[in-house]
Design a protein around this ligand. Structure first.
Ligand code: ADP
Length: 171
């Protein structure tokens, strides 16, 4: 069965899916933006589990439980900081999406929601990220048979439109 991909606008912490993806920092220590919102909604046990994971490399992903979130799990990925685009940023961003799908599949998860990784404090251009994200997810889904649905959860309508365009371009 082919997984369904959707672009929505909303607060990712409210989504009732198997896992939401967190745009974390390398220490997995929590921070601002979507990371801060996820930790606030999940409660302090998430922070404790994250500290035991010994960090996460840029482009990699690690899973924890979701605690007080509606989502059962959180998959923490560390996006690249934008340094102008000539430092492997696009490949590292693609790796975030690919690794998150791999981790979800290893845990036999079915539904997953992504935020717009790296496009906040990390400065990745908002117009460039959605095509990279959609292409990486589509490729990774070929090897992730348990996954039935993927949501790209934007925080603004403008970003949602960019994801809808990317989904049309990568059917
Ligand atoms: P990064 O450090 O990877 O850039 P940020 O959290 O600063 O991470 O931003 C990533 C994206 O998450 C931004 O596009 C921001 O608008 C979005 N965002 C912030 N809070 C939420 C939320 N609660 N739900 C979904 N997206 C969010």
């Amino acid at each position: 069965m082919v997984a369904a991909l959707h672009a929505i606008v909303g607060d990712i912490t409210t989504l009732d899916v198997d896992a939401i993806v967190n745009a974390a920092n390398p220490g997995l220590t929590g921070g601002g933006g979507v990371d801060g919102a996820i930790h606030a909604a999940a409660g302090p046990e998430l922070h404790e589990e994250c500290l035991a994971l010994d960090g996460c490399a840029t482009g990699d992903a690690k899973i924890t439980r979701g605690y007080d979130l509606p989502a059962r799990y959180v998959i923490h990925t560390v996006g690249p900081v934008w340094h102008g685009g000539e430092h492997g940023e696009a490949e590292l961003l693609a790796s975030c999406y690919r690794r998150a799908i791999e981790v979800a599949a290893q845990n036999h998860l079915s539904t997953l929601a992504f935020p717009n990784v790296s496009t906040g404090v990390y400065g990745f251009p908002r117009e460039l990220a959605p095509p990279i994200a959609v292409a990486a997810v589509r490729d990774a889904l070929d090897h992730a048979p348990s996954i039935r649905g993927v949501i790209f959860c934007s925080y603004t309508t403008r970003d949602q439109v960019l994801y809808e365009d990317a989904l049309l371009d990568h059917p």
